[in-house]
Design a protein around this ligand. Structure first.
Ligand code: G3P
Length: 217
């Protein structure tokens, strides 16, 4: 399973990248706003830093404008995935932009039928939002499992990029049901390494290293 960082915070991306398990980045207008940076400038900086796909979202709502914006975003770097919303205009733009050889991430997916349409439009990634479904008492993980089954039934190659991930359990459940990618805030990704028994065990080992005078270098 691939790990993407859901952020436009360059320092947080650098930090995760240095750990060696960052496969890509996703941004959206809210994350760009939070960064306080110019979209083209910050996206270029992220693309230079990360080898994998970097999603950058269009601002338009009409297909022709989305296509024009998508072409401009795609020129930033070879690893840009143009992000379009899951509307009929977004799907139309997806078809055109993928036809021109670009990666496209179709975002704001909340139903299996929306995901089916994105696959038919040739999307590279579909982004179902887990947390926002959980917020309204609908199990977001059921959506991931249903999309997985539908894509496998027909051999669609669109990658399921589980988004709106809020907890480490979301990550584990995505891995269990076969999401291709998760995108999560950097803190969630880093906290996957945490376990109190690891801390407790390490403290005991360190005490014995000290008491036993154990040295390697
Ligand atoms: O990138 C979109 C998505 O991950 C947003 O997450 O927490 O705002 O629902 P959230």
């Amino acid at each position: 399973m691939k790990f993407f960082a859901d952020t436009a915070d360059v320092e947080a991306i650098r930090d995760l990248n240095d750990l060696g398990f960052l496969d890509g980045v996703t941004t959206n207008p809210s994350l760009i706003k939070k960064s306080g940076r110019d979209i083209l400038e910050v996206t270029k900086e992220i693309c230079d830093m990360v080898e994998g796909p970097v999603s950058a979202e269009v601002t338009a709502t009409e297909a022709e404008q989305m296509i024009a914006e998508g072409r401009k975003l795609a020129k930033i770097a070879d690893n840009i995935a143009v992000k379009v919303p899951l509307t009929l205009d977004g799907l139309k733009a997806c078809k055109v932009l993928t036809g021109e050889g670009n990666m496209v991430n179709v975002t704001l997916c909340f139903s299996p039928n929306q995901a089916l349409l994105a696959a038919k439009a040739g999307a590279t990634f579909i982004s179902p939002f887990i947390g926002r479904l959980d917020d309204i008492s609908i199990d977001g993980m059921d959506l991931i499992a249903e999309i997985r089954q539908i894509y496998d039934n027909y051999g669609y190659e669109t990658q399921i990029l589980a988004a709106s991930i809020r907890t480490v359990n979301h990550v584990k459940d995505c891995a269990m049901v076969g999401a291709d990618v998760i995108t999560a805030p950097p803190d969630v990704i880093k906290s996957l390494a945490n376990h109190p028994l690891t801390d407790k065990g390490l403290a005991a080992f360190l005490a014995d290293i000290e008491a036993g005078g154990i040295k390697i270098l």
